[in-house]
Design a binder for this molecule. Sequence first.
Ligand code: DX5
Ligand code: ZN
Length: 226
Amino acid sequence: MNWWLRHPDHRVAVAPSLLSADFADLRADVASMTAAGVDLLHLDVMDAHFVPNLTFGPFICEAIRRTTDLVLDAHLMMTNPERYLEPFAASGVDAITVHVEADCPLPGTLGRIRELGVRPGISLNPATPVDRLDGLLADVDLVLVMTVEPGFGGQSFDQGGVEKIAWLAERRTRAGWSYAISVDGGINEATGALCRDAGADILVSGSWFCRADDRAQAARKLRGDA
Ligand code: DX5
Ligand code: ZN
């Protein structure tokens, strides 16, 4: 079974973005997500520099780690992620995803993440052509396709991501690579289906999933099972 799936019957992973979680009662909110059958949790780290918003760092990641056994992917929307890899690795996250647009030495940063015993991921913004990832794809466990401009939840889905997902799936098959293809931004039942059909493995959903009245049903809808 692929590392991003929590159940052998799952073909697509559902990953709530905790940006839309209840931080006043995070333990209960994570328990509700777990009960809904999600596969992993997506942690949005913003530095008020790479993006015009500020969220949390390794200290909160470590607190989240203590609430759950789910796989944690830290999505670092940071200008200099390479300066903070050690504390994020020590926080207990399973994957660390950095941006190809960040001002950091690649592939050295990805190699360092792996040395720290964490899965390296690479992300790209909507305006970045997918071939910017050439030369990095053999070394990553996850590729995160942004379908909104990073910084805020609740924005609408950029269709350009669908082609990038298909390109990444085709390249992976042709080269025999094994990265997970994840997609983030404006994911709901309809946009999730487009990404799934294009070959996405992980659907990150913040506002749509977290605000659903029935999260278990929302997770099934994202998987195409309801
Ligand atoms: C955007 C974040 C996303 C975001 C997703 O900067 O990386 O993870 O929270 O939220 P929705 O699903 O509301 O677009
Ligand atoms: Zn994210």
